[in-house]
Design a protein around this ligand. Structure first.
Ligand code: IPM
Ligand code: MN
Length: 374
């Protein structure tokens, strides 16, 4: 038997955040723990505050202690931030600011948002089954630049009028590094990539398009590249989602398109994400804090659980990641649904019950890797 050089314990900074954040990440961590143990490693989980609850406790959405703990961890596992209680806060002390600052602090410029519509869920989609069934795409969203962070920005008085503005800007280096992430993923998948911009209007998009084309031609001639304007991309995503493989785009366009793509499988509650590029990755569901659902124990934990699978992949634990995905597929195939996905005839199960069910299927069906005789 050869020695496995991978660590046996990983430090996880757990940031439940606001609203349903805790309700979905806590049972998800239960699944992660169980799967880790079954694969011979452990999670050392430490909780830290971010977002609205951090504002209430410390006056700031990203306390220094949280930032430092995240930077020192092996991975960050987050819930969601925000809620009506903090909607009137000034921009620097809004819950969202905490998340944006964390992404910058970790240097996670590449946000991966996979969207798949399994056969069993095609009925839950607001679109017709024959359109969505088989969708399997990956949104690669630039996460630490663009109009989210561009300077100058602000609100000023000009000729007796209030003027508010932001700046959409990208350096060549920022475009190049996210483009390479997109192309590399396309190589691992179907070798097709669609770069989404607004090059018919925006200078920043014209530069984006030119550079992506050049990188594609020089270094990825084996990957098929095409370009879409963002308005057209939105339309194509609902008209023919199966036509996409990797979607490469900027921060703001990626934010909008990923919520749109989330409607394909019928619920935002299914979409996981990984934010990579620095030493420490950040793993969080695409959905928000859903204040209207919070506290009821009915939210869908699958996005959080699947974010955990992406976390295991990033920690070089692909066999544990595969087991989690097997667990999710098993639970869905067996007919278990949370309220967001339950059709009329189906009884909805609670957040906790769904997570327990995933754990059972994850542990019952050992992944291929763990069957290998050592
Ligand atoms: C997301 C969210 C965030 C974003 C918010 C909460 C700052 O909508 O991760 O998609 O806009 O990036
Ligand atoms: Mn968003």
């Amino acid at each position: 038997m050869t020695h496995d050089p991978r660590p046996t314990t990983y430090r996880i900074a757990w940031l439940p955040g606001d609203g349903i954040g805790r309700e979905v990440t806590e049972p998800a961590l239960g699944v992660l723990d169980a799967v880790a143990e079954a694969h011979g490693f452990f999670l050392d989980v430490e909780e830290h505050a971010v977002g609205g609850c951090a504002i209430d406790a410390t006056g700031t959405p990203l306390p220094d202690s949280t930032r430092e703990a995240c930077l020192a961890a092996d991975a960050v596992f987050m819930g969601a931030v925000g809620g009506p209680a903090w909607d009137d806060q000034p921009p620097e002390t809004r819950p969202e600011r905490g998340l944006l600052d964390l992404r910058r602090a970790l240097g996670t410029f590449a946000n991966l948002r996979p969207v798949a519509v399994p056969e069993t869920l095609a009925e839950a989609s607001p679109l017709r089954r024959e359109i969505v069934a088989g969708t399997d795409l990956l949104i690669v969203r630039e996460l630490t630049g663009g109009i989210y962070f561009g300077e100058p920005r602000g609100t000023v008085q000009e000729a007796g009028e209030t003027v508010a503005f932001n700046t959409m800007r990208y350096t060549d280096a920022e475009i190049e590094r996210i483009a390479r992430v997109g192309f590399d993923w396309a190589r691992r998948r179907g070798r097709r990539i669609t770069s989404v911009d607004k090059a018919n209007v925006l200078d920043v998009s014209r530069r984006w398009r030119a550079l992506v084309s050049e990188i594609g031609a020089v270094d990825y001639p084996d990957v098929h590249l095409d370009h879409l304007y963002v308005d057209n991309a939105a339309m194509q995503l609902v008209r023919n989602p199966c036509g996409f493989d990797v979607v490469l785009t900027s921060n703001l366009f990626g934010d909008i398109l990923s919520d749109l793509a989330a409607t394909l499988p019928g619920s935002l509650g299914l979409l996981p994400s990984a934010s990579l590029g620095g030493r420490v990755g950040l793993f969080e569901p695409v959905h928000g804090s859903a204040p209207d659902l919070a506290g009821q124990g009915v939210a869908n934990p699958l996005a959080a659980i699947l974010s955990g699978a992406m976390l295991f992949d990033a920690l070089d634990r692909p066999e544990a990641a595969a087991a989690i995905r097997t667990g999710v597929t098993g639970a869905l195939d067996a007919g278990y649904r949370t309220a967001d996905l339950a059709a009329h005839a189906q009884t909805a199960v609670s957040t906790e019950a769904m997570a327990r069910c995933v754990a059972q299927y994850a542990l019952r069906a050992p992944s291929r890797a763990s069957l290998v005789v050592e």
